[in-house]
Write a protein that binds this ligand. Structure first.
Ligand SMILES: Nc1nc2c(ncn2[C@@H]2O[C@H](COP(=O)(O)OP(=O)(O)OP(=O)(O)O)[C@@H](O)[C@H]2O)c(=O)[nH]1
Ligand SMILES: [Mg+2]
Ligand SMILES: [Zn+2]
Length: 390
């Protein structure tokens, strides 16, 4: 049994400028100075439309009385708010075009959907309210009943998130693993980018697999050290070629269950690998291998695809920038698995492994037990410096 209850909740306004005082951490993370900014605006409260409070109906279960606590966040309240799910259909977001999310139901029917305004209000800090891979409830509507309005987004498990223009950008949701694709050449392997992806994957609860593609273009023996390095850290590394078919069998078995996101720089061959696995897909790939032509991605939208052999895959557009989101400098070290045995041996318990004396991590770098390139990535992330070439 459940009953309805009116609850007063505080909303942060959509378009209000950020005021100072509560945001030093993010400011610091963005690499800005730590000097406080001048206040950018007063917060004005008013009744009616301008009020930062709103009354919404929530459904309260009789047993728990949940959602009635005054301190509940708007997010928690909204997820509990009364939605007549019997009038809604469940589906998964497979593609997003601007304001329209394409949702596919279990029966395989596609509905272009808008997102309910309340959900947008609740997600002001995020670039996207709805992400590809999201499981949603939507109310069918439109002239022919073939469109919909997304009423509820299910909690996400397994996300790949980055920072983009100072907001959180969820690249994909509800994925089990992510293929971090690089190419040996055209454009060449960028290990600091791989390292960032590895952190984003761990943070998002997604299993990473490192794919080194275009193996047909090089003598792979020269790159054995990369495979050794990351394998030793406990990551799976797979050599592939969409051209000569190397590694595709393993790739196929990786795809077989769950949902896999496929991500990496533009031009590394993400779509080509999928086409090689399932030729009928006919995903658009770059006509000629012109990887120097910057600013143009062949894949422009993330796309959730069901593979004939089982499993789902999200082909994503290449990214040139990958700024971590929600990882503060002090947490970065925790994502470097090879630091773990040394950290307890540092003289200072709060050692940042940057300038301190008697630092076991730095000693391990010196003696080659920790790879210097990985340590460099660590320093860049610690000091919030961008990737080279960004
Ligand atoms: N020699 C070689 N070329 C490849 C291989 N895989 C892809 N290519 C070429 O690399 C170019 C880019 O491939 P795409 O599949 O479009 O790359 P993408 O990663 O999907 O790029 P975006 O969609 O822009 O992110 C194309 O010209 C492919 O033919 C490979 O294994 N070997
Ligand atoms: Mg592509
Ligand atoms: Zn240290």
């Amino acid at each position: 049994m459940s009953k309805k209850k009116k609850v007063r909740v505080a909303f942060r306004k959509n378009r209000q400028k950020r005021t100072r005082g509560n945001d030093f951490t993010r400011h610091y993370q963005d690499g800005g100075s730590t000097a406080p900014e001048a206040p950018t605006g007063e917060r004005i409260r008013a009744k009616g439309d301008l009020s930062r409070h709103r009354t919404i109906m929530t459904e309260v279960s009789e047993e728990s009385g949940a959602a009635t606590e005054a301190g509940s966040s708007p997010e928690a309240l909204a997820s509990n708010r009364a939605i007549d799910l019997t009038a809604c259909l469940a589906g998964r977001v497979v593609r997003i075009h601007g304001l329209i999310s394409i949702v596919v139901t279990d029966d395989g029917v596609e509905y272009p959907c808008h997102v309910r305004r309340l959900l947008k209000t609740l997600a002001i800090d995020a670039r996207n309210v709805v992400a590809v891979g999201d499981r949603v409830w939507f109310r069918p509507g439109g002239a022919g009943g073939d469109e919909g309005l997304i009423e509820k987004v299910e909690p996400r498990a397994g996300t790949i998130t980055r920072g983009y223009r100072r907001r959180e950008h969820i690249l994909v949701a509800n994925v089990d693993q992510v293929l971090i694709v690089s190419a040996f050449e055209e454009p060449g392997i960028k290990l600091p980018l791989v390292d960032r992806y590895l952190i984003a994957a761990e943070r998002g609860g997604v299993r990473p697999v490192i794919i080194l593609n275009k193996a047909d273009l090089v003598d792979a023996a020269e790159y054995q050290w990369i495979i050794g390095l990351y394998t030793q850290l406990g990551y799976e590394v797979l050599l592939t070629s969409a051209e000569d078919g190397r590694g595709l069998e393993r790739l196929r078995s990786l795809f077989a269950t769950g949902t896999t996101a496929i991500s990496g720089q533009s031009g590394v061959g993400k779509s080509s690998l999928l086409n090689a696995l399932q030729p009928g897909l006919n995903l658009r790939v770059r006509e000629v291998s012109d990887w120097t032509f910057k600013g143009k991605h062949t894949t422009t939208n993330a796309d959730l695809i069901r593979l004939d052999a089982g499993g789902y895959v999200v082909d994503t557009p290449g990214l040139r920038q990958f700024e971590l989101w929600g990882v503060n400098p002090r947490e970065v070290g925790g994502y470097f698995v090879e630091f773990r045995p040394y950290v307890p041996l540092c003289k200072f318990p709060d050692c940042s492994h940057t300038h301190e004396g008697s630092c076991a991590v730095k000693d391990a770098v010196h003696w080659g037990q920790i790879h210097f390139g990985r340590y460099e990535t660590y320093l860049k992330l610690y000091f919030q410096q961008p990737l080279e070439g960004d």
